[in-house]
Design a protein around this ligand. Structure first.
Ligand code: 5GP
Length: 125
């Protein structure tokens, strides 16, 4: 079920549990600000999720409430992950779903990073 982009943070969401190490994930990056791990249901040869460590539901929530250091740390982490995965040259796509219309399913901010093949048009028609 898609979730709303704003509202109270649900501490039991699946990415909160991954952050706490309660359920496993295939991590490819972690630092003070963010972690990145492979999506459990990949939609491209490379499909990695990058999430901030802080408790934010969506881009709207994060951009309104996070500190400048958290925002810089997260944005830099996304760039590092793309570089480290070798995606800069062939190219890749970043995507963040927010709220019902975008069909956001997990209420913890995450950026999808897709790559490894030509990705086609931006949106399904
Ligand atoms: P959304 O639709 O919220 O933008 O994307 C949520 C993503 O999280 C989906 O691509 C889904 O496959 C992924 N996902 C859901 N549960 C898990 C999980 O337990 N582990 C991992 N690694 N990915 C998950």
């Amino acid at each position: 079920m898609p979730v709303e982009a704003l509202g109270d943070y649900d501490d039991s969401n699946i990415f909160a549990r991954i952050l706490r190490g309660e359920i496993p994930s295939k991590r490819v990056f972690e630092n003070e600000w963010a972690i990145a791990f492979h999506d459990i249901n990949p939609q491209a040869p490379v499909h990695v999720l990058v999430i901030p460590r802080g408790a934010y539901r969506s881009w709207a929530d994060f951009s309104a409430k996070a500190s400048d250091a958290e925002i810089a740390g997260f944005v830099r982490a996304v760039g590092s992950v793309a570089r480290d995965l070798g995606l800069e040259d062939p190219g890749y796509r970043l995507l963040a779903n927010a709220g019902i219309n975008a069909h956001q399913e997990v209420p913890h901010l995450h950026v999808h990073l897709f790559g490894g093949k030509p990705l086609g048009p931006m949106l399904a028609r």
